[in-house]
Write a protein that binds this ligand. Structure first.
Ligand code: SF4
Ligand code: SF4
Ligand code: SF4
Length: 599
């Protein structure tokens, strides 16, 4: 069918909305609720107004373009004086009910509401209703995510992502009309709810209503304290995404520039979480083989992703014995840095502060788990997301794009394999493990080091590997997004599917799509493919591509740990899980009600 937008002929399919046709044909219409690659509740922001005239009807109508289907012969105008005036008024009304403390807002300069206000030419805001927005609370109860509902414009994107992508459904729409709010289910504080801290809702929030908990000040305190020795680690998915914050193309490897930037910031020791990703593979692969050979519960699930662990503990605690006891690479790093590294470098571990840079908001919560605090000292002291690290660099006037790269120079933890790098993408932990399990069982390297059967972006993928006599065929599954994890778990529990080894990553695409990564204003998963290819390219170029061939991992076992699953490994690198299903929900709900009654 044919119609026109701004006088230009456009072709479209039946039931396509004006907004969709406009986007496809390069006509910009502002919107604050629609976002590419997520479903959205149409018409919630009401900014996408256009002038529309039907064939055989001389009347002009102002309509929301996301709810109005394009019709044959329809003429649409997007920039008439009336449209501009109505859009301006709509944005003004959104701002009237919005806490406009832009200067201190985490999203200042990177805010879709600011962009739209500029686009519609808003020069003053005549209406302010603080008594409305100040009633809406700021919730800092989660170690990962801060919700400031005084800034919420009720676009519903977060509700959709939490429900449709993650299947967690922690957020709900409550009240009606002008009183509509986004609430946490059961009116719980976020930190006591079903939320797992994945931060996917932050990636879609157009304003500063959802943000990572900001821990930059604590990191700076340690950096500028002469009595402290700061040891930094950064995760695989940081190096191929940080550049986006500094106008470099997605997928650009800025590993060397990060090392330089951290040294300029005053970091005492700069290391890579990849080292302990290799260590995790040694422990987890040994654990898998031990389980396959004994009567221990199978399948064994991976344990690197704290949002997955939280989801499992809250929804499937009866399966906790199925999860690998190996700690995540972040926590293994903290445990090894404060023992082995401290000993080798002759640093007093009490003065050591481990600071992580992670793609992940859930890692902030992981570092605070009771299990990872020994003698009142956490294994990991501060966790910064990629976005926080970028803000820290900007505050300190450092632009990685302009820095010369440096190399790791630590003789104890400064090497990593290509297998460790691909931890940053869905299927990567599984692929890394198979490279090592194959060697452990057959004493031979895989003939094809790239085990591509587990690669891809389907939400649930299956594969198998024949490990020969004694073990036989090992059945594998990979899931990314928690909705997919829930579906897979249902099939496993019903007996419909059976596996030996299952990898779960909470975020779409794995950690490269983590809730702490740079966000795009245009699409939820804009840079996913470039980041993925960036990680695989680093693996391909790596001189060592299997965790068991990392020379410093071998040295760690020879000099200190003795062997995978040995006594020291158990003490430092393994953990357990807790049933958090009903306990938290009931007691916290009661506490919250009590607080509300008192205030
Ligand atoms: S952090 Fe994740 S689980 Fe929590 S509300 Fe946001 S999307 Fe849902
Ligand atoms: S918190 Fe953000 S994403 Fe959620 S409804 Fe409010 S503005 Fe939209
Ligand atoms: S997939 Fe990675 S980034 Fe996402 S929650 Fe898990 S560990 Fe964090």
């Amino acid at each position: 069918m044919i119609g026109s937008i701004n006088g230009k002929k456009v072709e479209f399919q039946d039931n396509e909305t004006i907004l969709s046709v406009a986007k496809r044909t390069g006509h910009f219409i502002p919107t604050l609720c629609e976002m590419a690659d997520i479903n959205h509740a149409p018409g919630t922001c009401r900014v996408c107004l256009v002038d529309m005239k039907r064939k055989n009807d001389p009347a002009h109508h102002i309509v929301t373009s996301c709810t109005t289907p394009m019709e044959a012969g329809m003429a649409v105008l997007t920039r008439t004086p009336k449209v501009r005036e109505m859009q301006r008024l709509q944005v003004e009304l959104l701002l009237a009910d919005h806490n406009q403390d832009c200067a201190s807002c985490i999203r200042h300069g990177n805010c879709e509401l600011q962009d739209v206000a500029q686009f519609v030419g808003l020069q003053q805001t005549r209406y302010h209703y603080p008594h409305f927005y100040l009633q809406r609370s700021r919730d800092t109860s989660s170690p990962s995510v801060v919700r400031d509902m005084s800034k919420c414009i009720r676009c519903f994107r977060c509700v959709n992502v939490c429900r449709e992508i993650q299947g967690v459904d922690a957020l709900v729409v409550t009240e009606k009309g002008l009183s509509t709010q986004i609430s946490v289910r059961d009116h719980l504080p976020l930190g006591s709810s079903d939320c797992v801290g994945c931060g996917q809702c932050i990636l879609v929030c157009p304003v500063g209503a959802l943000a990572e908990k900001d821990d930059i000040e604590e990191a700076m305190d340690y950096l500028y304290d002469p009595d402290m020795v700061t040891v930094f680690q950064f995760a695989p998915a940081i190096r191929i995404a940080l550049g986006e914050e500094f106008n470099l193309p997605a997928g650009t490897n800025v590993e060397g520039k990060i090392i330089t930037a951290l040294k300029k910031l005053g970091a005492d020791v700069v290391l890579d979480t990849n080292f302990t990703a290799d260590l995790v593979i040694m422990e987890e692969s040994s654990e898998l083989l031990q389980r396959v050979k004994s009567s221990a519960p199978l399948p064994m699930f991976t344990s690197c992703c704290p949002a997955w662990i939280s989801y499992m503990e809250k929804n499937y605690p009866e399966m906790k014995e199925h999860v690998s006891t190996t700690k995540s690479p972040q926590q293994c790093f903290g445990a090894i840095a404060k023992t082995y590294l401290a000993e080798k470098m002759e640093i007093d571990a009490c003065r050591m502060r481990v600071i992580s840079i992670m793609p992940c908001t859930a890692k902030k919560g992981e570092a605070k788990r009771d299990e990872f605090i020994k003698d009142e000292r956490p294994e990991v002291d501060v966790v910064l997301t990629t976005r926080e690290f970028a803000r820290l660099l900007k505050r300190e006037g450092l632009n990685p794009a302009e820095l010369a790269p440096s190399a790791f120079d630590n003789h104890w933890m400064g090497d990593y394999s290509g297998a460790a790098v691909i931890f940053g993408t869905t299927g990567g932990v599984m692929e890394a493990a198979i490279r090592t399990v194959h060697k452990m069982v057959t004493d031979k390297e895989l003939s094809q080091v790239e085990f591509t059967a587990v690669r891809g972006l389907e939400n649930i993928r299956e594969a198998a590997v024949d490990l020969g006599e004694g073990i036989g065929v090992v059945k594998l599954a990979v899931a990314h997004t928690l909705k997919a994890a829930g579906q897979l778990m249902a099939r496993i529990k019903s007996g419909e599917a059976s596996y030996h080894f299952v990898e779960v990553m909470a975020c779409p695409g794995g950690c490269l799509g983590g809730g702490g990564q740079p966000r795009s204003k245009h699409a939820y998963q804009a840079a996913r493919e470039e980041r993925r290819q960036g990680l695989y390219a680093i693996d391909k170029e790596a001189p060592v591509r299997q965790s068991h061939n990392n020379p410093l991992i071998r040295k760690l076992y020879t000099d200190y740990l003795e062997k995978p699953l040995g006594h020291k490994s158990h003490r430092l690198l393994h953990t357990g899980y807790t049933d958090r299903k009903r306990l938290v929900r009931h007691t916290m709900k009661e506490i919250w009600q009590e607080i509300e009654e008192r205030t």
